[in-house]
Design a protein around this ligand. Structure first.
Ligand SMILES: O=C(O)c1[nH]c(=O)[nH]c(=O)c1I
Length: 310
């Protein structure tokens, strides 16, 4: 069975990778994704120009419905991840994620990457929901347009954006109208569902500490929103803009569904955090099984082919 995809001229021999933020904070974690059977690439933790400790206190929790996190953008700095990516990009195309706290931070990091020997893909994270006082840029269509306009005056390497989930059809139209004006290599949709709240039933307290317990939701709870955002953007974006589908992947059928809605690559967050890098080989084999049931031997045969009832 053929389970490959191409983005910006790069061929991915496996279509699974980690979701930014999960299992990608340190060289040790990144090496485990790089070497994991079934993983076709990796993305580094979203970086800022300088190292950040992130939010204090308990900032991640698993629950029946998935996960809630308010990490607060802890990372070891752009230079750390840039060095790792340059050292390991010969093996397979890699994604470098950046999440500046301002437009200038983002542009400064893009200039540094442009001037470097990195030849992989950059994922501009416009959707971190957990930095206190910082809104998710992806919900501000004018600012998103402004950042991309300035970025493309100098940035020539493959660039994509990590988007927050949208919940209004009008917003699918609006973000697509912005993104279609730029030569983006891909969009990654969705990031966590921002600012949910979960209760610890034993203590009647919030599950996590930062921001009074408000954090991004991932896992099973995110699947319907992930499918809708992959489908909604696939229907609206220029075909040259590829899609990384993220959200709610627990088994091979979840991978299959994201592809059916239009995903080229599929990234795994909560389930990777819970199961570890062996999850990729499990998902790959489960996807193969699902494809055999449907008599498909290539993901290209059903990518984006969700049928509607009307
Ligand atoms: O809290 C985080 O570090 C975080 N958490 C998320 O769920 N998404 C993000 O983009 C980020 I930058």
């Amino acid at each position: 069975t053929t389970m490959t995809a191409s983005i910006a001229g790069f061929t991915f021999d496996d279509i699974l990778l980690n979701a930014a933020g999960v299992y990608c904070q340190t060289t040790e974690e990144l090496d485990q994704i790089l070497e994991a059977p079934g993983a076709g690439s990796l993305v580094t933790k979203s970086a800022t120009p300088m190292e950040r400790p992130g939010n204090p206190g308990v900032r991640y929790a698993d629950m029946a419905l998935g996960s809630i996190n308010s990490m607060g953008l802890p990372n070891l700095s752009l230079d750390y991840y840039l060095e790792y990516a340059i050292a390991h990009q010969a093996d397979k195309p890699l994604f470098l994620s950046i999440a500046g706290l301002s437009k200038d931070d983002n542009l400064q990091m893009l200039r540094e990457i442009q001037a470097s020997d990195f030849n992989g893909l950059v994922e501009l994270n416009l959707s971190c929901p957990n930095v206190p006082g910082k809104p998710q840029t992806g919900y501000d269509f004018d600012t998103t347009r402004q950042i991309l306009t300035e970025a493309f005056t100098f940035f020539k390497k493959p660039l994509g954006v990590k988007l927050p989930p949208y919940f209004d059809i009008a917003h699918f139209d609006m973000i697509a109208a912005v993104l279609n004006d730029f030569p983006l290599a891909f969009v990654n949709t969705i990031n966590s569902i921002g600012n949910g709240l979960m209760v610890n039933p034993d203590t009647d307290t919030a599950m996590i500490a930062p921001k009074g317990g408000f954090g991004g939701l991932g896992g099973a709870i995110a699947k319907p929103t992930a499918l809708a955002n992959v489908r909604g953007l696939r229907q609206r974006l220029n075909p040259e803009i590829k899609i990384i589908g993220t959200g709610g992947v627990k088994d091979g059928r979840d991978v299959y569904d994201l592809i059916l809605c239009g995903a080229d690559l599929v990234s795994v967050g909560t389930t990777l955090h819970q199961e570890g890098p062996t999850v990729f080989n499990r998902l790959k084999h489960e996807l193969e099984t699902e494809m055999k049931v449907k008599a498909y031997d290539d993901v290209a045969q059903f990518r984006g082919q969700l049928q509607t009832l009307d």
